[in-house]
Design a protein around this ligand. Structure first.
Ligand code: TRP
Length: 74
């Protein structure tokens, strides 16, 4: 895939039980292809890939990226 940098990681830290990190497919078709459930305090470190171009987060979490830190409940 041209001009696609997969080097950066995002970090998601669950601030409550059962936070969902949902991977959305890359390309014309946008659908969920994976859901990862996190317990309170658990951390997921993840990269975007050829298969994943967007991530949706359900629940209270802290999301850390190179763009900054965002809390879903703010
Ligand atoms: N399948 C879409 C794509 O690869 C997924 C996507 C990327 C998306 N960015 C988005 C969907 C922003 C909604 C909003 O482009």
């Amino acid at each position: 895939m041209e001009n696609t940098n997969h080097d950066d990681y995002i970090v998601v830290k669950a601030k409550e039980q059962g936070v969902q990190v949902i991977g959305l497919t890359r390309g014309q078709d946008t659908r969920f292809h994976h859901t990862e459930k996190l317990d309170k305090g658990e951390i997921l470190i993840a990269q975007f890939t050829d298969h994943t171009s967007a991530v949706k987060i359900r629940g209270k979490a802290r999301v850390m990226t190179k763009h900054g830190i965002i809390d879903t409940d703010e």
